[in-house]
Design a protein. Structure first.
Ligand code: NAD
Length: 294
């Protein structure tokens, strides 16, 4: 019998992810608070339910893709009261590690298996089923969830027990936020010193300054034609989402007693950039903020 999946949160990421489950042959029943998202999901073959509880009632597995920890906990409270015992619950949202662990506890109390499985790859990866999943949870849950995640992504990494997926996600994105800020600063300094963008790129991309923020996502137009800088800093990865992830890393650092001064500074820079009305721009647009505030 075909595996039946409930999908709650059919927004920019969840909509195309759920559509890829349908393409892989799963029966998908979905729910979202937004009528527009429900309508778009119905057009991709998802059976739309009138509530999260209704969507999950007959499901073998449930996937949630929601904005933040409070949404995930509220929805998991509702769905753990409505699912069959033994159902696998997977949260793919990017949320704080504490809420992720609380969600695992809710699942356990309801007799369910659970995974935290945040993603990287953005809306392009969601549409193309090329996401990377960073997964936390026990081996039995991972063994059951892996095939479902494979239908939505190309790289599935089991990072450890409950919360390990979220921990990997915020550590990775803290590196990303810091390296992008560093690359932006280097280009602004190079400009002041009369160095061309291409010359700095040619040296740093083949030297010890090499990193993803430079070679894939170069914040100046020219050296990497596919980077958002060549497209008016249209996201890509919006500055507001980078700020969200940096804030999550800083909350986790305080709670865990880790010193992350570079991460804290990057969070402050993105906060100023985002609060200045640029939250919807690609995060590499930080370079314009640094130039203006030089
Ligand atoms: P989105 O705002 O487009 O989608 C979230 C959806 O959740 C919305 O459609 C909203 O109506 C729905 N929702 C909220 N509360 C609900 C509830 N109680 N019941 C049912 N539906 C509810 O956001 P998104 O871009 O799809 O992001 C989702 C998650 O993925 C976030 O945690 C985000 O940080 C993460 N993420 C996003 C990207 C990206 O590029 N957009 C990349 C990686 C990770």
């Amino acid at each position: 019998m075909a595996i039946s999946i409930a999908f709650i949160g059919l927004g920019n990421m969840g909509g195309p992810m759920a559509a890829n489950l349908v393409k892989s042959g799963y029966g998908v029943r979905g729910f979202d608070l937004s009528p527009e998202s429900r309508e778009a999901a119905a057009a991709t073959g998802i059976a739309v339910a009138s509530s999260a509880a209704e969507a999950v009632a007959e499901a073998d597995a449930v996937v949630t893709m929601l904005p933040a920890g409070r949404h995930v906990l509220a929805v998991w409270q509702e769905l753990t009261a409505a699912v069959k015992p033994g159902t696998l619950l997977i949260d793919c949202s990017t949320i704080d590690v504490d809420s992720a662990r609380q969600a695992h506890v809710l699942a356990k109390e309801a007799g369910c298996l659970s995974l935290d499985a945040p993603v990287s790859g953005g809306t392009v990866g969601a549409a193309g089923a090329t996401l990377t999943f960073m997964v936390g949870g026990d081996k039995d849950a991972f063994a059951r969830g892996e095939a479902i995640l494979q239908a939505m992504g190309k790289r599935i990494v089991h990072c450890g027990d409950a919360g390990a997926g979220q921990a990997a996600k915020i550590c990775n994105n803290m590196i990303l936020g810091i390296t992008m800020a560093g690359v932006c600063e280097a280009f602004v300094l190079g400009e002041k010193l009369g160095l061309s963008h291409q010359a700095l790129f040619d040296v740093a991309s083949t030297s010890s300054g090499q990193c993803w923020s430079l070679t894939t996502y170069c914040p100046v137009p020219g050296p990497v034609p596919t980077s958002p800088a060549n497209n008016g800093y249209k996201p890509g990865f919006a500055a507001a989402l980078m700020l969200k992830d940096l804030k999550l890393s800083q909350e986790a650092a305080v709670a865990a007693g880790a010193t992350t001064e570079m991460g804290a500074h990057a969070a402050k820079l993105y906060e100023k950039f985002s609060d200045g009305g640029h939250g919807g721009e690609d995060f590499s647009g930080l370079i314009n903020f640094l130039r203006e505030n030089a």
